[in-house]
Write a protein that binds this ligand. Structure first.
Ligand SMILES: Cc1cc2nc3c(=O)[nH]c(=O)nc-3n(C[C@H](O)[C@H](O)[C@H](O)COP(=O)(O)O)c2cc1C
Length: 326
């Protein structure tokens, strides 16, 4: 029998499992997004992997060739190595009848919110402190992702771990809360639900799946070698903190940052161009670009198909919840 867990998140998004694949720049393109949604989770397309709005339109169409189930488009409002066409992305989402948009990085300006809400699109916002979640709720956000300090990518500058962040969001808000940051197993999912979350959101776990388009060499290396100790916080000096795998190049970036160098001196190593070369062409983790990775990488020891990841997490979550019925 299929494991089932109904929450406001599954109901509002029209998905089978309260499991969401986190947006990953350059990586969460149609192949991975379609695979996650087809299995019954929610895949999230990364708009900032698309240099133009028309490129995003093509990715949306590709997802629809894989599945007719719901998926979302992420709009990341953070400094980028190219100028993202935010207005174009939103226009294309509306034209292509995308039903769910996730924003991240900062709360969108009023006109962007008005366009999203005006089109009847469900708006999810990902943030790292209660103050921002409350602001999003007041602005009409439908559900929030609480992204704890353990997360891959941008944990913000306040370092609130998932264990405190999730219940803080739940107590402060009326809208559903989804836990991100450090989730990679069913036991962790059960813990998030116990804390009041109505869904979980995972980046690192889905990075290490077969359908993730990154070279096997990179994925296998992380699964086999990375422990919970193997991430570092980069770019804190520039108030744009990013958690990444502790590769040689990441350590070198950190050292240059600590030595007081300007961002321009490390920008090359942090660029999307270098990351894409490593992810898709040479697999040279130590010398070419950095990899966003969460601490949960230490709990993930195998690259597995998306279906196996989702179904095994669901099974373990439900078994774990069952252990504590008193
Ligand atoms: C390789 C990679 C790239 C990411 N890129 C983005 C991004 O472009 N926008 C975004 O909002 N989050 C991005 N994230 C963060 C994830 O969406 C998610 O918040 C995070 O991975 C959750 O923590 P976890 O890795 O512990 O599951 C990225 C994560 C990874 C692993």
């Amino acid at each position: 029998m299929k494991a089932q867990l109904k929450t406001r998140v599954t109901e509002m998004l029209g998905i089978e499992y309260p499991i969401i694949q986190g947006c990953m720049q350059w990586i969460s393109r149609a192949q991975l997004v379609g695979a996650v949604s087809a299995v019954g989770g929610l895949g999230i397309l990364s708009s900032s992997s698309c240099y133009t709005a028309e490129e995003l339109r093509a990715e949306i169409k590709k997802v629809r060739e894989i599945t007719d189930k719901p998926f979302a488009v992420n709009i990341t409002l953070l400094p980028a190595s190219f100028v993202p066409d935010y207005d174009g992305y939103i226009r294309v989402c509306i034209e292509e009848n995308v039903k769910i948009i996730e924003t991240a990085g900062r709360i969108p300006k009023e006109d962007m919110i008005a366009k999203i809400k005006g089109a009847g699109i469900i708006w999810i916002h990902k943030c790292t402190i209660v103050k921002h979640a409350l602001k999003a709720q007041t602005a009409g956000c439908d559900m929030v992702v609480a992204d704890g300090f353990e997360c891959a990518g941008h944990p913000g500058e306040n370092d609130i771990g998932t264990m405190v962040l999730t219940p803080s969001f739940v107590e402060a808000l009326n809208i559903p809360v989804i836990t991100a940051g450090g989730i990679g197993t069913g036991r962790q999912m059960a813990a998030a639900l116990m804390l009041g979350a109505e869904g979980v959101y995972m980046g690192t776990r889905f990075l290490l799946t077969e359908e993730c388009p990154v070279l096997d060499k990179v994925k296998d290396h992380l699964a086999e070698h990375a422990t919970e100790m193997d991430t570092v916080l980069l770019l804190r000096t520039y108030v744009n903190t990013t958690r990444a795998y502790k590769s040689k190049v990441a350590v070198s970036v950190l050292e240059r940052e600590k030595a007081g160098l300007e961002f321009a001196d490390i920008a090359g190593d942090m660029s999307g161009k270098k990351a894409c070369e490593m992810f898709f062409e040479n697999g040279d983790i130590d010398n070419c670009g950095t990899i966003c990775s969460g601490q949960t990488v230490g709990l993930i020891n195998k690259v597995i198909p998306v279906r196996e990841a989702i179904e095994s997490i669901m099974k373990e979550c439900i078994e774990t919840l069952g252990k504590f019925s008193v």
